[in-house]
Design a protein around this ligand. Structure first.
Ligand code: ZN
Ligand code: ZN
Length: 287
């Protein structure tokens, strides 16, 4: 355990990038094998979603500095829940911190759906109608900023240590890539695994175009929060259609620039007092 702690205390960013690339590569090929997908648009779709990595990088770098400062400050001042209620056993400490951060991610995801301004940013992720592993990367830089600020807040409140945070991030990367993969686990196995963990079957329901399913299955790595707070839903795989019913035009956007401008266009429109309906949406997006 000590070796694990030492590794995660000094794991360089390049290891996280390598893990993301590796899990992405494996799952991408698995999608091809299982679904026999060779659609001509697939690479175009990957290119569009992967472009979001370029806008995410500077945000991650800048907020990484703030995170670093927070981690050092809470350690130096012994601040936060896990400093106050010391758990001596490192494995128990990791499990407790993991559950704490995962619950925070669940709460954050609910907020992204329920607060209108935040939803405008999160909509970019949901407007993908061809869900696959590349959808994991499709996050508006505005949402990356909001998400990382929230993570910093959870780290501050929890007094989370560097090694537990990085260890969790390693698990989170693989889990998020799997959750978006365009294949399903056999129904019986899925029912068992998704009692605890988020599976592709579980997360795909969250990407279904109709309510109430869009507002269900918010879980990040663990599915237990949805079961506890009554936001769990099941939908047979044949019935899942990706997209958002209230934003049909948005779902047709296939250029990076327009997706980037999308939340600002919506916010401007909401401020001017006009309600956005399906007809107006087309004009907004053509701006
Ligand atoms: Zn969502
Ligand atoms: Zn998703």
């Amino acid at each position: 355990m000590q070796t694990i702690i030492e590794y995660f205390n000094s794991a360089p960013d390049s290891h996280r990038i390598l893990l993301l690339t590796l899990s992405f590569f494996i799952l991408w090929n698995l999608e091809n094998i299982i679904n026999l997908r060779n659609e001509p648009n697939r690479l175009k779709h990957l290119r569009l979603n992967a472009t979001f990595m370029i806008t995410a990088a500077p945000v991650q770098f800048l907020l990484g500095i703030l995170m670093n400062f927070t981690l050092r400050w809470t350690k130096a001042h012994q601040f936060g829940i896990f400093h106050r209620y010391t758990i001596k056993n490192p494995l128990l400490l990791f499990i407790a911190t993991f559950f704490f951060l995962d619950f925070c991610e669940y709460a954050y995801h609910v907020l992204m759906h329920k607060v209108k301004t935040l939803w405008r940013f999160h909509l970019v992720h949901h407007a993908d109608t061809e869900l696959d592993v590349s959808t994991t990367l499709r996050e508006h830089p505005g949402e990356t900023t909001i998400r990382l600020l929230f993570t910093t807040l959870w780290v501050f409140i929890g007094g989370v240590s560097l090694w537990t945070l990085i260890f969790r991030q390693f698990i989170q990367i693989v889990s998020n890539v799997i959750a978006h993969a365009n294949f399903r686990i056999p129904e019986k196995s899925d029912r068992l695994i998704s009692l605890l963990l988020v599976t592709p079957n579980f997360h795909h329901v969250h990407h279904h175009y109709l309510q109430p399913y869009t507002d269900k299955n918010y879980g990040d790595v663990l599915s237990v929060w949805d079961r506890i707070f009554g936001t769990y839903a099941h939908l047979p795989k044949e019935k899942v259609i990706f997209g958002v019913d209230t934003h049909f035009q948005t779902c047709k956007i296939n250029t990076f620039g327009k997706l980037l401008r999308l939340p600002m266009v919506y916010i401007k429109s909401t401020r001017s007092g006009s309600l956005v309906d399906a007809n107006q949406e087309k004009d907004l997006i053509d701006v």
